[in-house]
Design a binder for this molecule. Structure first.
Ligand code: GCV
Length: 656
């Protein structure tokens, strides 16, 4: 009887632990570390690095030592006489070294005989939150802002997650900044957040509204050369530093999409940025001034940032960094790099990537973004940049990012900001191993899904250089026909695809908008000639005739149909691979990811059928026989609409 009871107890416990394993909700992100049984013997600096090691490190003694000679945030890890020695020039370096060690442990790598030296590529590795004072998140697909009512437990996980991948800065609010972001009440709140993030080496920054002196300060002007305005900013900045002594600085969206800026007062971007830079200088603060500008009257939006910023090259103060989106338009699934990066020679620059998937299926599509960012770095030398920013995909959803696999993009951003030389595969493998406990073939299969996912997304949304054919405003789903009366032309897809009886695509050659001339000579020549232009950017740079012969031997129209279809088939493969993971993944995360992959596969069909049927009204050519044919007609597809704002993720995608 006793034996039976014991067995029952064992079974009960086993059952309980299986149920526990069955219930992962993703809230621990990639930090699924078990508390260590033994406490490591640690000497050296105190603080977070020590606590993390004491709590999670399962190996022998670790010594943390500050040592001059290394660059900021860099560290070495060495195995020495039965101990592991982490040295760094600053505390943050020790913390990053500690996380490196824990990562080795968590990914099952050897922690013996270590001789590691790491130095981040950039001093500033920063997240940009597009969070509004009311808690909505612009282009946020994972719930409300985590900063609305900052929960200390969540803040701690947020800080740990960031520090574990080297992120050391965060902009708390939307670049479409409310003047209220600088009110005393908001600053008190920012102070509270800064206090929670500081122990993890993370500084806070704020986006500002350039007209704050008027809207918040009651002045008549926000002219950056006006003495009263400068004095208002000085007082405000002093107030900020009294509350947050290590405050990082300002992020500014000026004279862009209706936001105020120095041009409203007859001044230049340099006048505006430099005024703020001088005010911040005594506190060692910086200005990140965005180059995301475009005007409705321009014949090519892709030209605009270059035209506005090149004349100012060399005129910015040395604590201003120009923050440039990776592509010249706006975070499309594929863009060439923004030509400003290779043109500006005398101005510190940083790249802005978008981690949140505004244009890549929101939190419904599995799209691993590292390959896209690596593609950027294959054109722009990492060393030519000062820093890296990423628009966060984080919200108060229990799993932080809406889609479990979207966490990989947050992770990849941090890892690449630390070391842009890491491969997409290395990063994906690290993340996958830590986040899911998949082994061997299962892991390889899921890795291949992650690595193929960006190209698949390009194929089912916008192959061959097509861009910006999204549904109006919320940007979820296809609407290549969207062009309501009264809406600015450059906010409508026909401005970009220019489909007509001849062909498809935007002529940006020397005889078109001239955009190719903004690139260095060799690239200019490459892109300018339709025969040498890479096919994955063909309609970005050329108006391509429907019967143009592609490298595959197919006509352009047939190739387009095949590409869309390939994208659809890829998403079905992703779903099939995931379905086979069921025995190896806890049920909650399995079901949630499966649900999203089903949406993605349906959405991919939606994209293909809507785009092909619509473009067919111009091409007048049949969809090839070996391409799956749409079951709905174009009118039916045009009637299907997703009704959401820009602050939410659609619960389901295409359901027709
Ligand atoms: C924060 C795009 C987005 C906007 C965003 C803007 C920007 O236009 O759709 O939501 O605004 O980029 O980056 O400033």
């Amino acid at each position: 009887m006793k034996r039976i009871l014991i067995s029952a107890l064992v079974l009960l416990l086993a059952g309980w632990s299986m149920a526990a394993a069955d219930n992962e909700d993703g809230s621990r992100l990639w930090l699924r570390l078990d508390n260590a049984n033994a406490t490591a013997t640690i000497t050296g600096v105190k603080g977070t690095a020590m606590t993390e090691l004491q709590t999670y490190w399962q190996g022998g003694p670790v010594v943390l030592k500050r040592q001059k000679g290394m660059g900021q945030d860099g560290y070495t890890i060495k195995s020495q006489g039965g101990k592991t020695l982490i040295t760094a020039a600053n505390d943050a370096g020790l913390l990053y070294g500690a996380y490196h060690l824990l990562r080795l442990q968590q990914t099952g790598q050897s922690c013996e005989g270590l001789d590691i030296k790491e130095q981040p590529a950039y001093d500033l590795r920063i997240l940009n939150h597009w969070d509004n004072p009311n808690g909505t998140v612009e282009r946020g697909f994972a719930g409300k802002s985590i900063f609305l009512n900052p929960d200390p437990v969540r803040m701690k996980t947020y800080a740990r997650a960031n520090a574990s991948i080297g992120i050391n800065g965060t902009v708390l609010n939307n670049v479409n900044a409310s003047p209220q972001a600088l009110s005393t009440e908001s600053l008190q709140k920012a102070k509270g957040i800064a206090d929670q993030l500081r122990p993890y080496g993370i500084r806070v920054y704020l986006s500002i509204n350039f007209a704050s002196p008027i809207k918040l300060g009651g002045l008549k002007t926000a002219d950056p050369l006006n003495a009263e305005v400068i004095s208002w900013w000085k007082d405000k900045v002093n107030e900020i530093y009294r509350l947050i002594p290590d405050f990082g600085g300002f992020l500014v969206k000026a004279n862009s999409e209706g936001e105020p800026g120095p041009q409203d007062f007859g001044r230049t971007h340099a006048d505006g940025a430099n005024m703020l830079a001088e005010v911040l200088r005594p506190h060692k603060g910086i200005v990140m001034w965005r180059a995301f500008v475009y005007a409705p009257q321009s014949n090519d939006r892709a030209n605009q940032a270059y035209l506005e910023f090149m004349p100012l090259d060399g005129q910015f103060a040395d604590n201003v960094i120009i923050q440039i989106k990776n592509g010249p338009i706006d975070f499309q699934p594929r863009e060439p790099y923004s030509p400003l990066f290779t043109a500006m020679q005398k101005t510190p620059m940083m790249v802005e990537f978008q981690i949140t998937q505004e244009y890549l299926g929101a939190a419904n599509h599995l799209v691993y973004l590292a390959p896209m960012w690596k593609e950027f770095f294959s054109f722009v030398k990492p060393a030519s940049l000062k820093a890296m920013a990423g628009v966060a995909n984080i919200g108060d959803d229990i799993n932080w990012c809406g889609h479990h696999f979207a966490q990989a993009n947050w992770y990849a951003f941090g890892r690449l900001a630390w070391n842009p030389q890491l491969s997409s595969k290395e990063i994906a493998e690290e993340w996958l191993t830590q986040t899911f406990s998949l082994q061997g073939n299962n892991k390889s299969e899921m890795l291949s899904v992650m690595l193929d996912s960006r190209e698949a997304c390009v194929s089912y949304m916008m192959p061959l250089g097509i861009h910006h054919i999204f549904a109006g405003t919320h940007h979820y789903g296809p609407e290549p026909w969207y062009a309501p009366k009264g809406v600015r032309a450059d906010w409508t897809p026909p401005y970009y695809h220019k489909a007509d009886a001849v062909g498809l695509g935007f002529d940006r050659t020397t005889t078109g908008s001239g955009n190719v001339k903004q690139y260095p000579e060799t690239l200019c020549q490459l892109y300018n000639d339709i025969n040498s232009c890479p096919e994955n950017l063909l309609t970005w740079f050329h108006h391509v005739p429907w019967d143009y012969r592609m490298k595959s031997g197919r006509t352009f129209w047939d190739e387009l149909c095949h590409k869309y279809d390939e994208g659809v088939h890829a998403t079905r493969r992703f779903l099939a691979v995931w379905d086979a993971m069921q025995p190896y993944v806890d049920s909650q995360r399995f079901n949630e990811v499966q649900h999203k992959l089903r949406i993605q596969a349906r959405d991919a069909e939606w994209w293909r059928d809507a785009c092909l049927l619509y473009f067919q009204t111009f091409s007048h050519r049949p969809i090839p026989q070996d391409v799956e044919h749409p079951v709905h007609n174009l009118d039916e597809m045009m009637q299907f609409k997703i009704r959401i704002g820009m602050y939410e993720n659609p619960e389901s995608g295409y359901t027709k």
